[in-house]
Design a protein around this ligand. Structure first.
Ligand SMILES: NC(=O)c1ccc[n+]([C@@H]2O[C@H](COP(=O)([O-])OP(=O)(O)OC[C@H]3O[C@@H](n4cnc5c(N)ncnc54)[C@H](O)[C@@H]3O)[C@@H](O)[C@H]2O)c1
Length: 247
């Protein structure tokens, strides 16, 4: 028995990094996890042997029809959707100034970082409205607040996620549904572990705490945001930047 006992939680990007850490914790807390990822092998390695996982959904979540069909199946089988956490995301090409940006790359990043979070939330909201309960969490980024030079697609798509969170929070504020986002700076994932020390220092020098956030810190905050206890905060972007963003 845990804090999320019996709750149905959909997590995208569940096979790696922050999505994987959140998914594992939700399982440990008793949730019925529906894990979405495009990477079949990583998803099966992470959860295939775990009998308490409700469903593994291998799919490209930028396909709206596939997302809608999957959510419908989940509700038919599991009865409801209590939680949606959108973790799938890509940076696209970096180190590229606006005059060099390829429009196709910009579209691709928006399609995953912004549109897929719209597709998943549009698909679950009718069921949450029926139940008059739901918790939605979108993964944004400090880049969406500050705008990282050389990362137009990523920064603008995360700013769009923050905008959508504000809109959705207000739209459903008189229901039992809350919609929030989380904006991390650098989190210590295997990707960061593999970077040269100098590059990591360049990133952490901008963080007043002078370090990366940990996966545990990201997971702790995410689980609070999607908990029943988080009942009076909606439309908000929670900070996770070691003091870099104080707004
Ligand atoms: N790691 C950080 O330091 C950091 C900082 C700020 C924001 N974020 C945001 O947090 C989220 C998670 O980041 P992460 O570092 O854990 O990422 P990650 O790269 O470790 O994991 C992303 C997952 O998304 C999956 N994915 C990619 N395209 C997909 C698609 N079309 N359909 C379904 N799944 C797809 C990948 O297979 C992967 O498993 C992202 O939205 C990212 O932008 C991360």
């Amino acid at each position: 028995m845990g804090n999320f006992s019996g709750q149905v939680a959909l997590v995208t990007g569940a096979a790696s990094g922050i999505g994987l850490a959140i998914s594992r914790r939700l399982l440990a807390e008793g949730a019925r996890l529906v894990a979405y990822d495009i990477n079949r092998q990583a998803l099966e390695e992470a959860f295939g042997a775990n009998a308490s996982v409700a469903r593994l959904e291998v799919m490209d979540i930028t396909c709206q029809e596939a997302v809608e069909a999957s959510v419908q199946k989940v509700v038919e089988e599991l009865g409801c959707v209590d939680i949606l956490i959108n973790c799938a995301g890509i940076t696209g090409k970096t180190n590229t100034k606006t005059h060099e940006v390829c429009s196709q790359d910009l579209h691709k990043v928006f399609e995953l970082n912004f549109m897929s979070s719209f597709y998943t939330s549009k698909a679950v909201l009718p069921y949450m409205l029926k139940a008059n309960y739901g918790r939605i969490l979108h993964l944004a980024s400090i880049a969406g607040k500050e705008g990282n030079a050389g990362m137009l697609a990523y920064s603008a798509s995360k700013a769009a996620v923050i905008g959508m969170t504000k809109v959705q929070g207000k739209e459903y504020a008189e229901t039992g549904i809350t919609v929030n986002a989380m904006a991390p700076a650098v989190i210590q994932t295997p990707l960061v572990d593999a970077m040269p020390e100098a590059q990591v220092k360049y990133m952490t020098d901008k963080i007043p705490m002078k370090r990366c956030g940990t996966l545990d810190e990201a997971t702790d905050l995410a689980l609070y945001i999607v908990s029943k206890q988080n009942s009076f905060t909606t439309g908000f972007t929670f900070d996770l930047t070691g003091g870099r963003a104080t707004y």
